[in-house]
Design a protein. Structure first.
Length: 132
């Protein structure tokens, strides 16, 4: 947890964007990490936002939600993504589809993957899509 005695750092012109998830079968509700991650980022001087993804959506559908979020940010935005669980695969898909030459790709300055597989997880696909 964040220490209540920690002094916030000076504001930066970067924005931390949280891509939520949960651990399948782990008992934590979808998005339970949003408040904690945003508070940590605020204390580090970042503005914060989050992407409204869904546990019932596919990686591709949630990658589209990330694309919409990034597109809505100003041209000079400096974004740092914080991903949890399935959010890692979703952000990776977004980055692969946009490619380094896309104007939205230049907005992304960093990525912190707290937990999650970059290549997705077959068990998650079975759970979400019923495919197996």
């Amino acid at each position: 947890s964040v220490s209540p005695q920690a002094a916030p750092l000076p504001e930066s012109d970067f924005e931390a964007i949280v891509v939520p998830s949960s651990t399948p079968g782990g008992g934590d509700p979808w998005g339970s990490s949003i408040d904690w991650a945003r508070e940590c980022a605020r204390r580090a001087g970042y503005m914060t936002d989050w992407v409204d993804t869904s546990p019932r959506s596919s990686v591709a559908q949630n990658a589209r939600a990330i694309a919409d979020c990034v597109a809505a940010k100003g041209r000079d935005a400096k974004l740092v993504f914080i991903t949890f669980g399935q959010g890692a695969a979703e952000l990776r898909m977004f980055l692969q589809k946009r490619g380094p030459g896309h104007p939205d790709a230049s907005k992304i300055r960093g990525w912190v993957n707290v937990c999650g597989s970059f290549n997705g997880c077959a068990l998650s696909d079975v759970r979400v899509d019923g495919v197996g």
